[in-house]
Design a binder for this molecule. Structure first.
Ligand code: NAD
Length: 363
C-alpha cells in the first residue's frame, strides 16, 4: 500500500496536499490538532478545512500534536515502510505571534519538525519528506539590497542581478536580524538538511514566500492576501501596516506549491533547498493588490493606514524559482495572480453567505 502522510492537513498547504494526493496514493494520513485556532482565535479556525478533507474516502485523520514525539512516532510507525511521502506543513506561521510566545513557537516549528524527522528515520527511512520552510530564515537581509521606490511599490534596483528574476538561494541566511519565527524555522530547515546529509534521509526543503489560496484562514497576523479579501468581503477595514503600503510580495497558489512537492517526490534530491514563490509576474505591493482586487471584483477595500511597520517586514521580496525549474523542468505554476485573487474572493463570499462548515452565519 502506498501511503502519504500530511502534517497540518487541515491548513492551507496541507489541505491542498491532501486533495492533490488522494488520487495518487492509496491512503492519505493526516495529522493536525487544529492549533491554528489557538494561535489566532476563531477566525483562524481550520475546522471547515478539516471537515472537507475528512469527506475524502481514502483520508484518515490523526488529531496529534507534532510536539508529542511518542504520538507522532506511533502514527508514522503504524504505516511504517508503506509511507512513501511525508509532507510536513504543521506549524506556527506568524512572525508576530512567535514574538509573544517564542518557546511555544520553537516547540511547534523546530521540535515538532525534529520529532517528525526522527520518527521517519526510525519507522520509514525510505520515505521522501518535504519540509515547508520560509523566506523568513533570511531575516531582514532582503532589506539590505539596493531598492528603489516607485509610485506604487518598492523594487529591487534594476541594476542589481536579483531585479530581473528575483532573489535566489544564494542570499545569506546568517547575520542580520530575524524574528523568533525565522529562528524556529531556520532550526527546522537546518535539521532537515542534517537528516539528509548525515543520515541519508530523502528530505527536501522548500523555503516559501507568500503562499495562499481558497483554503487559507487569513487573519491579521498571517495570510495578508486572504485577510485583505476577507476584510473587503465583510466590509471591515483592512490595516495597511507600514512602508506606505508599497511592500512587495510574490504570491504562489498553494496548489502550485503542492505540485512542486509532487515533482520532488518523483525524483528526490536529498538535502536540497529550494525557494518557492510566484515570481515577478505574480508580484504586487499591498497598494497594487488592493487596486487589482477592486478592479476584478468591484468590491471596495476600506483600509486604514498604520505608519509603524512590522519588524522584519521587508520592503520587497520576489522569488527566483529557477533553481527548482532547472532540476524539475516540467513544473510551472498554473495559477496567475488574478486566479488566486478570484478563488480567495469566491471562498470568502461563500463563507459570508453560508458560514464556516456550510452553516449559515445568520440562519
Ligand atoms: N502560507 C504561507 O505563506 C507560508 C509561507 C512560508 C512558510 N509557510 C509554512 O508552510 C507551512 C504551512 O503553512 P500554511 O499557510 O498551510 O499554514 P496553516 O496555518 O494554514 O496550516 C498549518 C496547520 O498546522 C496545524 N498545526 C499547528 N500546530 C500544530 C501542532 N502542534 N500539531 C499538529 N498540527 C498543528 C494547524 O492547525 C494548521 O491546520 C507552515 O509551516 C508555514 O510556516 C507558509
Amino acid at each position: 500500500m502506498d501511503v502519504v502522510v500530511v502534517t497540518g492537513s487541515a491548513g492551507l498547504v496541507g489541505g491542498e496536499a491532501v486533495r492533490a494526493f488522494a488520487s495518487r496514493f492509496d491512503l492519505v494520513v493526516g495529522v493536525d490538532n487544529g492549533m491554528r485556532r489557538d494561535f489566532f482565535g476563531p477566525a483562524g479556525s481550520v475546522a471547515d478545512n478539516l471537515a472537507a478533507v475528512e469527506r475524502i474516502p481514502n483520508y484518515r485523520h490523526h488529531r496529534v500534536d507534532v510536539r508529542d514525539h511518542g504520538a507522532l512516532a506511533a502514527v508514522i510507525g503504524e504505516y511504517g515502510t508503506d509511507v512513501r511521502l511525508v509532507v510536513h506543513t504543521a506549524g506556527q506561521p506568524s512572525d508576530e505571534w512567535a514574538t509573544g510566545q517564542p518557546l511555544v513557537d520553537l516547540g511547534v516549528n523546530a521540535v515538532g519538525t525534529m520529532n517528525l524527522l526522527e520518527a521517519v528515520r526510525r519507522h520509514g527511512p525510505e520515505a521522501v519528506v518535504v519540509l515547508t520552510s520560509t523566506t523568513k530564515v533570511y531575516g531582514d537581509a532582503p532589506d539590505a539590497l539596493p531598492l528603489v521606490e516607485t509610485a506604487t511599490r518598492w523594487e529591487i534596483d534594476p541594476a542589481h542581478p536579483y531585479h530581473e528574476h528575483g532573489i535566489d538561494e544564494s542570499l545569506r541566511a546568517d547575520g542580520g536580524r530575524r524574528t523568533f519565527f525565522g529562528v524556529s524555522k531556520l532550526a527546522a530547515d537546518l535539521a532537515a538538511q542534517s537528516y539528509a546529509g548525515l543520515l541519508g534521509l530523502r528530505v527536501g526543503v522548500f523555503r516559501c514566500g507568500s503562499v495562499t489560496g481558497a483554503g487559507h484562514a487569513g487573519v491579521e497576523l498571517d495570510g495578508f492576501l486572504s485577510h485583505l479579501v476577507r476584510s473587503a468581503v465583510r466590509g471591515a477595514a483592512f490595516p495597511v501596516i507600514g512602508h506606505g503600503g508599497k511592500q512587495v510580495r510574490d504570491v504562489l497558489d498553494a496548489r502550485d506549491l503542492v505540485e512542486m512537492f509532487w515533482h520532488y517526490y518523483l525524483d528526490p534530491r536529498p538535502g536540497e533547498v529550494y525557494l518557492a514563490g510566484g515570481g515577478r509576474e505574480r508580484s504586487a505591493s499591498i497598494l497594487e493588490l488592493i487596486a487589482r482586487y477592486e478592479y476584478l471584483t468591484g468590491h471596495e477595500v476600506p483600509f486604514e493606514y498604520v505608519p509603524e511597520h512590522r519588524f522584519a517586514d521587508v520592503r520587497c521580496w520576489i522569488t527566483d524559482t529557477r533553481k527548482f525549474r532547472r532540476d524539475y523542468v516540467d513544473w510551472r505554476p498554473a495559477h496567475d495572480l488574478d486566479d488566486i485573487v478570484r478563488s480567495v474572493h469566491e471562498r470568502w463570499v461563500e463563507v459570508e453567505r453560508f458560514g464556516l462548515d456550510g452553516f449559515p452565519v445568520n440562519p
